[in-house]
Design a protein around this ligand. Structure first.
Ligand code: ZN
Length: 621
């Protein structure tokens, strides 16, 4: 536990530049007064949802609703506890403080998952010992050596061998006091088939790790001629810890490596990752299936490095690259493709390395092209361009890419190239591009002003905010920026009617009571107070969001003055009166005749109308 967590958090927030903190994890761009990015908390494809206010120290996504201060950002993006986020933020901004020294953060651990993880580590170690030390493992080790893997590489990638007698693994784990239930939850034991045995038996086992280098599963390869089982590889089935779609092989090592070299290779299989490693290219990951998932894209984004896509050169691999190119194009990540225009027939890094050696593999890997150049090669190989249909398909496949090009020279280059290849006039291609752009009109006009954010537009259309709400909102906004207004509010009005504003006003009052007199008073600090576990409020997330909305809506509101304050108080009091009159109408109208009722209702309405006209007049003056 860190003592005075809230105090420290506040000091960190005072120093932290939220743009710098966010840039640690995502790509942030300046746009007018504010900063924008693709939201890392939902599958965001276009700019215009996610904003960061440097001056206010807060962020907000108008699409998924995520928002908060710098510490909240770190907590959300790293999925940690609030305390850990405070420490991480301190580390990012270089906030050095005695009070944080020796702060032992108690990570929340699920005891059941911890037991499974522990069991998996034991399995991995047992596989390793079996490979290097058991008689049974000799031919497996020989096989790996023959494939060019030395002992160092085998250990680096935690490669092992599951003994031919599958009972041995289970017996070993039982001797370590693991229950059959735990063993089955690692994915290596099927409880429904007896006698109990390791389902990976007789295979070479490649450990698969999570981002913290914990073993979470295995991919096991058959290697003996005598092995007649069908599958070349068996992957751990889905378990509590292992979910194929969220895994990038070797991601844990790539985090450090990519940080050094600022690129990462995206490969198809783990043998390719190992081949790259042997050739000295250590920053590499592999997808675990055939598709690049949204989780994978988030993981790649986290690396903040250029993605270098290098899938198999056979047709399924190339088709996959085509799809991945589209995904990466949409993701806004920086990426290149390894050139597919090659003079050999081997299909992947592993084959290239064993046939031609390290030098050739390195030169293949560093021959990088843009997606456009790659695409042209790909389409040329797969279409018959002597036919009209082939030309049409070629152009149709190129157009979305052309549409994404921002630079004129580059666009000109590609249009000329496409024109030459298809033997069609440039005008034809330009017209097709224009038509495509018209049909896919992008509303990515990024506003630089919060008053024009998408939510605001939506709100003004769908939701008519009542006069009372409006006045309360405006007053609350002033309260958030000026502590003295809070005092005046408490004396003259003391409460709000609108539920969300009432909650916020209560929070502010509570905040002021609990912080030191000279503490910073602003939205990010109030949010920090709210994030504190000592503060027991139910709908914290909602209140945080409301606070941010209020704070960011500021541009429409005139600067504070005593005059405006008086006016707002008057409006709110009048509106409250109207509401209580209407309540009176509801209760007293039971005894009125129909005519009386309608007269009374009209009178009430007129009163409200007059008040509105009156106020509008005042405003205009
Ligand atoms: Zn979002």
């Amino acid at each position: 536990m860190i003592e005075n967590l809230f105090q420290i958090a506040n000091e960190i927030l005072k120093q932290a530049d939220i743009v710098e903190v966010a840039s640690h994890f995502i790509k942030v761009e300046k746009s007018g007064k504010n900063y924008i990015a693709l939201c890392p908390f939902h599958d965001d494809k276009e700019y215009g949802n996610f904003y960061i206010s440097k001056t206010k120290g807060i962020f907000k996504c108008f699409s998924c609703g995520a928002g908060g201060n710098a510490i909240n950002f770190v907590q959300k993006i790293t999925h940690c506890t609030y305390e850990e986020a405070v420490l991480k933020t301190a580390e990012i901004i270089g906030f050095d403080d005695e009070r944080l020294k020796g702060a032992k953060i108690k990570k929340y651990v699920n005891p059941e998952e911890e037991e499974i993880r522990n069991c998996l580590k034991n399995i991995s170690d047992f596989y390793s010992t079996s490979l290097f030390l058991s008689e049974d493992g000799k031919d497996a080790l020989e096989y790996l050596h023959n494939r060019g893997l030395d002992d160092e590489t085998i250990k680096y990638f935690k490669i092992g061998f599951s003994q031919t007698n599958g009972k041995n693994t289970i017996d070993f784990l039982k001797s370590k006091n693991f229950s059959l239930k735990t063993i089955s939850e690692t994915g290596i034991l099927n409880l429904e088939s007896t006698p109990y045995r390791d389902t990976n038996s007789g295979r070479i086992a490649f450990s698969i790790t999570d981002r913290n280098s914990n073993v979470i599963g295995f991919s096991c390869r058959k290697f003996r001629e005598s092995d007649t089982s069908v599958a070349k590889y068996i992957n751990t089935s889905s378990t509590k810890l292992f979910n194929k779609s969220t895994i990038l092989y070797n991601f844990d090592n790539a985090i450090n490596e990519a940080n050094k070299v600022k690129y990462v290779y995206l490969l198809e299989g783990f043998m390719d990752v190992i081949a790259c490693y042997r050739a000295g290219v250590k920053s590499a990951v592999a997808i675990m299936g055939t598709a690049l998932t949204q989780e994978n894209i988030q993981q790649l984004r986290y690396l903040k490095a250029e993605i270098r896509v290098c899938l198999d050169l056979d047709s399924p691999g190339q088709l996959n690259m085509y799809k991945i190119g589209k995904q990466l194009e949409e993701s806004g990540l920086s990426y290149k493709f390894v050139n597919n225009d090659v003079d050999f027939t081997e299909k992947d890094a592993d084959e290239i390395l064993s046939k031609y050696g390290e030098e050739k593999l390195r030169s293949y890997l560093t021959n990088l092209v843009s997606y456009g150049e790659w695409l042209i090669n790909y389409l040329r190989k797969n279409l018959d361009l002597s036919l009209l249909d082939g030309k049409r398909k070629f152009i149709n496949s190129m157009i979305p890419y052309l549409s994404s090009i921002k630079e004129d020279i580059e666009l000109e280059y590609y249009i000329t190239t496409v024109s030459k290849i298809t033997d069609l006039d440039k005008k034809v291609i330009i017209n097709a591009l224009k038509k495509y752009n018209r049909n896919n009109k992008k509303d990515n006009i990024v506003s630089t002003d919060y008053t024009e954010t998408p939510t605001q537009v939506k709100k003004s259309k769908n939701q008519v905010i009542s006069k009372l709400q409006l006045a309360e909102k405006e007053l609350l906004h002033y309260m958030l920026n000026n502590k003295e207004v809070v005092d005046k509010f408490e004396v003259q009005l003391s409460y709000f009617i609108t539920p969300e504003y009432k909650d916020i006003a209560n929070l502010i009052a509570d905040y002021i009571l609990n912080v030191k007199e000279d503490d910073e008073y602003n939205v990010k600090s109030i949010i920090s107070y709210l994030s504190n576990s000592d503060v027991k409020i139910n709908n914290k997330e909602q209140i945080t969001n409301d606070l941010i909305d209020l704070s960011l809506n500021s541009m429409k509101i005139p600067p504070y003055s005593d005059e405006i304050f008086k006016e707002l108080v008057e409006t709110i009091k009048n509106e409250r009166q109207t509401i209580s009159n209407l309540d009176f109408y509801k209760t007293s109208s039971k005894n009125m005749s129909e005519i009386e009722k309608s007269k009374y209702a009209k009178a009430c309405l007129n009163k409200i109308k007059n008040q509105i006209t009156e106020l509008d007049k005042k405003r205009r003056n």
